[in-house]
Design a protein around this ligand. Structure first.
Ligand code: ZN
Length: 437
């Protein structure tokens, strides 16, 4: 009796492993930049795309989903997020729990964000790495996470002095210290290294060049890429001279120039715009209409929306001494994004969501809209959030575009986002590794 039970259990398991899903009759935007395929079927098994074509035969027993009229696009990869540190409208170390992290990853996934990079705010890197490794063993819960562990700043540097950020970044004062911490992170098997190089308009000491040079150099010795929060054009150039691999925000103090473009190309570096992050510094002064958009409200509790709309919250934003400047920084960031894109620099996709009032999920779709408003085509934006992001992460062999052999991380949409990027919000379903979320 027992033996028979074991046999049937084994059979059930092998059936599950062999389960084939066929997404039938779709328009497929594969993320490579080529024109979409129309009326194709996507065959998925073992988490990966096995075939794409107009005339593919579904194996018997396959789970065939007829999606006539719908569009499939690659899942969104957000190269700049912060996972697990915020609850409601407050950031705190105590929030960094497995439950909170997984809830946020599930929420990202529900919005079609199938991968996210947690950019230097993982107060307990080992916890995030455990969650990531479990995902990589096949237990994908929500968006796939990549981690920079704890990022680097100088003593009392930005953002250490902000509420909920004390003790989050490594505050380094010597190159030797910086190298030791990078080694620690490498040993913990982080995916990349993050640093903050910004005096925040003169308010804090910025990470000194000899310190960020040590961070970048040591990261490279450990085969890790280095990304930087930056603000000033001059810092961006010096960081690139030191070997930087990604600008985690736009240059916002000045127009980017041919010198910067040459340095970005020389390093094969990636530029991430985070336009929604700039918006979040001023947009709440007058409650934006999208606070009532069902695509937003479905994931955000009513009391939070009420607070964001409240007079004290609005006044705090409107009375920020940098309020007018912040609007200009957004405009500058938008112009620089277009200029770098036109110059052929790899544009990565990132939002800086996760900190209070930078809403995970909704903001990724708004970011795509703002990138189109900045002058990119919807196709360029979709590529940035798929192919380009996977290239930066060094995982393009398995992720990013929707091609034979790659993981089936994808979004099924009711409408075509190439007609209007806002159609990315018409989510019918989301698949990660071929599993419907
Ligand atoms: Zn950030």
């Amino acid at each position: 009796m027992k033996r028979r039970f074991c046999l049937s259990a084994a059979l059930a398991l092998s059936t599950l492993a062999a389960q084939v899903t066929v997404l039938k009759n779709v328009r497929l935007i594969d993320g490579t930049g080529r024109q979409p395929f129309t009326d194709v079927s996507v065959v998925i098994s073992g988490g990966r795309i096995r075939d794409i074509g107009g005339n593919v035969q579904a194996p018997s027993g396959a789970n065939v989903v007829d999606l006539s009229g719908k569009t499939v696009m690659p899942g969104i990869t957000n190269l700049h997020g912060h996972v697990g540190m915020t609850k409601g409208l407050a950031q705190a170390k105590e929030n960094f729990t497995q439950d909170n992290i997984e809830a946020q990853l599930r929420n990202y996934a529900s919005y079609g964000v199938t991968s996210v990079v947690s950019m230097g705010s993982d107060i307990d890197p080992a916890l995030m790495i455990r969650i990531r490794d479990r995902q990589r063993d096949g237990h994908v819960i929500g968006a796939r996470v990549y981690s920079a562990g704890r990022g680097f700043t100088g003593l009392k540097g930005y953002p250490s002095m902000l509420p909920g950020n004390q003790g989050v970044p490594f505050e380094v004062s010597t190159a030797a210290q910086a190298r030791t911490y990078v080694d620690e992170l490498a040993k913990a098997r982080v995916d990349l290294v993050k640093m903050w190089v910004d005096d925040h308009l003169g308010r804090y000491p910025s990470l000194a060049p000899e310190l960020y040079t040590a961070v970048i150099d040591q990261a490279h010795k450990r085969k890790l890429k280095a990304a930087a929060h930056l603000f000033y054009l001059a810092d961006a150039k010096k960081l690139l001279d030191a070997g930087l691999d990604a600008m985690a925000h736009s240059v916002r103090d000045a127009e980017v120039d041919s010198d910067l473009i040459a340095k970005l190309k020389k390093n094969n570096a990636t530029a991430i715009a985070t336009l929604t992050r700039e918006q979040s510094t001023f947009v709440y002064a007058t409650p934006p209409a999208w606070l009532d958009d069902p695509f937003f409200t479905r994931a955000v509790p009513g009391d939070i929306i009420k607070t964001v709309k409240s007079d004290p919250f609005r006044n705090k934003v409107a009375n920020d001494p940098d309020f007018e400047k912040n609007k200009q920084f957004f405009q500058q960031a938008s112009r620089n994004l277009k200029k770098l894109s036109d110059a052929g620099v790899r544009i990565g996709f990132g939002t800086d969501t996760g900190p209070p009032a930078r809403f995970q999920g909704y903001f990724e779709h708004w970011e795509m809209e703002l990138m189109v408003q900045a002058g990119l085509t919807p196709m360029q934006v979709l590529q940035s959030a798929s192919k380009n992001a996977a290239e930066f992460l060094g995982v393009a062999k398995d992720f990013g575009t929707l091609e034979k052999g790659k993981y089936a991380d994808l979004i099924v949409l009711d409408k075509n986002p190439l007609d209007d990027i806002r159609n990315s919000r018409t989510i019918h379903s989301v698949y990660i590794g071929g599993v419907k979320q």
